[in-house]
Structure formats: structure tokens, C-alpha cells
Write a protein that binds this ligand. Structure first.
Ligand SMILES: Cc1cc2nc3c(=O)[nH]c(=O)nc-3n(C[C@H](O)[C@H](O)[C@H](O)COP(=O)(O)O)c2cc1C
Length: 137
């Protein structure tokens, strides 16, 4: 299998609470586990940033399906590249609601989302690359 990592940014069509996010996670977890996809989803009170990891063909099909979801719009593909290793090995999908300041990486994640929204680089790197580096162990 040729492993790929895909990162996109999207705008939620309505403001979502943690309770609204749970159904997305409940769909994503079993679906992704069944197709050997791992990843992480971040929500910043209006914007989603999602990392998906799996085979190239699987990710293309999954991204196509996710992009039709009416819960978000204006998807922007930030990154879709081959990878040697998965970054989110433990999660078929993990959710971080930054609105709740849930994350110890809160400041960095907000900066990454803001840069992605503005199409700005961070220390000459794409925000998606900064995100992937941040979670690499
Ligand atoms: C921001 C966002 C991220 C999502 N991520 C995933 C995902 O990683 N995997 C997935 O299967 N569905 C994901 N979904 C849900 C899909 O768009 C779709 O509703 C779901 O896969 C349908 O599940 P079903 O085929 O089991 O009915 C996501 C939806 C949104 C709004």
C-alpha cells in the first residue's frame, strides 16, 4: 500500500458544539477503521482542519465523500502527499474541539488554522506541514 497523508481546511455551515461534533466522530471512527484510515480532526468554532492517512485511492474516495457533507463547505485541499509513516497511528479518527481549549497545543493549532485560512506560510512552511511535524513522534 502506498501511504498518503491528506490535509484539508473547511468551513462549518453552522456553529457546532461538542455535542454536534460527536455524530461526525461516531461515523468517522468505524468507517475509517474499516478502510485502514487514521487521522485527526480539529474544530475551531467555525473551521475544520482534518488530517487523513491511508492509501492514495482510499483517501481520494473518502475526501470526495466528505466534501459532499452539508455540515461544511468551501473545502480547501492543503496537502496530499506520499508519506513513509502515519502520524496518527492510534486513531481511526480523533477530535479536538479548540473552542473548548481542550488541547495543550491550543496556541499552535489556532495559528495553523489562521495561517491556512489566510493562505499564509508559517516559518516558510505550509501550515499542513507544520501540523504534521507537530504530531510526529
Ligand atoms: C468535517 C467532517 C469530517 C468528516 N470526517 C469523516 C471521516 O474521516 N470518515 C468518514 O467516514 N466520514 C467522515 N465524515 C462524515 C461523512 O461526510 C459522511 O457523513 C459519513 O461518512 C457517512 O457515513 P455512512 O457512509 O456510514 O453513512 C466527516 C464529516 C465532516 C463534516
Amino acid at each position: 500500500m502506498s501511504l498518503h497523508q491528506l490535509v484539508y481546511l473547511s468551513e462549518s455551515t453552522s456553529k457546532m458544539s461538542s455535542d454536534d461534533l460527536i455524530p461526525i466522530l461516531n461515523q468517522a471512527k468505524p468507517n475509517n477503521a474499516a478502510i485502514d484510515v487514521t487521522g485527526s480532526l480539529f474544530y475551531n468554532g467555525g473551521w475544520f482542519l482534518q488530517v487523513l492517512e491511508g492509501s492514495a485511492a482510499t483517501l481520494t474516495a473518502l475526501y470526495e465523500k466528505i466534501s459532499k457533507d452539508p455540515r461544511h463547505k468551501n473545502l480547501r485541499l492543503l496537502y496530499n502527499e506520499p508519506a513513509e509513516f502515519r502520524t496518527f497511528t492510534r486513531w481511526s479518527m480523533n477530535m479536538t474541539n479548540l473552542d473548548d481549549r481542550q488541547s495543550d497545543k491550543y496556541e499552535e493549532l489556532v495559528e495553523i488554522i489562521e495561517a491556512a485560512k489566510a493562505g499564509r506560510r508559517i516559518r516558510s512552511m505550509s501550515p499542513a506541514v507544520v501540523l504534521l511535524h507537530m504530531f510526529r513522534n
